[in-house]
Design a protein around this ligand. Structure first.
Ligand code: FDA
Length: 395
């Protein structure tokens, strides 16, 4: 039986960061990763360039059963802190849009940086050992010690960190392992759902699937949540950043409202009637939207003929409809296509300062496994880093 100060299950964003921080505090840490290499989601993130944080990080950009839970960790390890680390490694970066920071080069630089941070443990009298290809078997807790059986041996430590992520993208090996382990130790799990996920359309909305490939800058709304970004029609329904964002707030049966002309001033269609009485709804929409989308919307509004012949009341109704076009998704593309998972290990079970389970000393949970889910745009990695630092500092 090999003993360590802490065992971290999962060598992803959160697991590697936690191991590095604890190792640099002189701890002997073992990282057990099932995949043949660490950080697979980092490598594919941001189209291979890793959107590693967001300068707009704030607790209200995270969803959780307890919206206050993330505050402590996010305030103690900020987007600027992670950016300082990236800069210390000379990794070139750029802000793409809306505070989203990406590597100029490859996401591999972030994984290499985390592994170098782990290696720095030795200079501090600690050690981080990363073992890949480890299939985790039985996990037990006895006499203040956690024991983990794997395909290659038995390991023990007084602290165990669950950093195995959520079940999004199972074809990459993601699973509900974190939840099963948490439940084994009596921790509650908030029902996991796919988030940042494309939505599917059926029924009357099915016609819009013919617009597959068309995108437009819109405001998408679900309940009180509203996001101004691009929406994309797909052969199954709706996607694009605006839709992925609202999908985290969407529940079966909810409508999604889309404002197709977010910059249009109130009364713009009446104004168009005055300025271009021989114009049509399709032609004025075509000035602002892709032609195929303009045609479909005009067809659905069922207006043909000159604007000059349309009653003002009908134009006001059309304008209101275009500002809040209601789609009724019949589902989402599920965990297979979800960028993250909403829900997870209940925050009520954990200390917000250390991520340690309140009722199970020595057991920690960090990253996506926990019921904290960020918006699209680097927020989820920032949560992984911040929650990992909180635990790594406490181990
Ligand atoms: P993560 O999933 O990174 O790591 C968990 C690790 O545990 C994995 O290495 C896994 O193999 C391992 N593991 C799982 N089960 C195990 C077991 N039983 N035994 C041992 N090991 C096990 N976020 C963001 O902020 N910016 C972005 O650009 C993107 N882009 C992006 C693209 C795509 C396609 C996806 C799917 C996701 C993103 N994300 C993102 C989300 C981001 O990837 C996610 O929030 C973090 O990776 C979560 O970090 P964790 O360390 O918690 O889990």
């Amino acid at each position: 039986m090999q003993t360590h100060d802490a065992i971290v299950l999962g060598g992803g964003a959160a697991g590697l960061m936690c191991a590095a921080v604890a190792g640099q505090r002189g701890r002997r840490v073992l990282v057990l990763e099932r995949a043949p290499e660490v950080g697979k989601k980092i490598l594919i993130s941001g189209g291979g360039r890793c959107n590693f944080t967001n300068l707009g990080t704030a607790p209200d950009r995270y969803l959780s059963a307890n919206p206050h839970f993330a505050k402590s960790a996010l305030s103690r390890y900020t987007a600027r802190d992670f950016l300082a680390l990236v800069e210390a490694y000379g990794i070139a970066w750029h802000e793409k849009t809306l505070g989203q920071l990406f590597c100029d080069g490859s996401a591999r630089q972030i994984v290499a940086m985390l592994l170098t941070e782990c290696a720095k443990a030795e200079a501090a009298g600690g050690a981080v050992e990363v073992r890949c290809g480890e299939e985790i078997g039985e996990v037990s807790h006895d006499g203040g010690e956690y024991r983990v059986m794997t395909s290659s041996g038995a390991f023990a430590a007084p602290a165990l960190v669950i950093a195995t992520g959520g079940p999004s993208i199972p074809k990459m090996g993601a699973s509900d392992f974190a939840y099963r382990l948490a439940r084994q130790f009596g921790l509650k799990v908030v029902e996991p759902r796919p988030a940042l996920v494309p939505l599917t359309l059926g029924g009357e909305d099915v016609l819009f699937r013919e617009l597959s490939g068309v995108s437009a800058d819109v405001v998408a709304r679900c309940g009180k949540a509203a996001f101004r970004e691009a929406a994309l029609f797909t052969h199954r329904g709706l996607s694009g950043p605006a839709i992925l964002q609202v999908s985290s707030y969407w529940r079966s049966g909810d409508a999604i409202g889309i404002d197709f002309l977010p910059d249009a001033a109130e009364g713009w269609l009446l104004e168009a009637k005055r300025a271009h009485p021989r114009g049509t709804v399709r032609s004025v929409l075509g000035d602002a939207l892709p032609d195929r989308l303009a045609a479909t919307l005009a067809e659905r509004i069922a207006f043909d003929g000159d604007l000059g012949n349309m009653p003002d009341k009908a134009l006001r109704t059309a304008e209101a409809r275009l500002a809040d076009w209601r789609f009724h998704p019949n589902g989402s593309e599920g965990f297979a296509k979800a960028e993250v998972t909403i829900g997870g290990i209940a925050t009520a079970e954990l200390s917000s300062k250390t991520m340690e389970a309140r009722r199970v000393p020595g057991l920690y949970a960090i990253g996506e496994a926990v019921d904290v889910t960020g918006w699209l745009g680097g927020y989820n990695f920032q949560w992984a880093w911040a929650s990992a630092v909180a635990a790594g500092t406490a181990l």
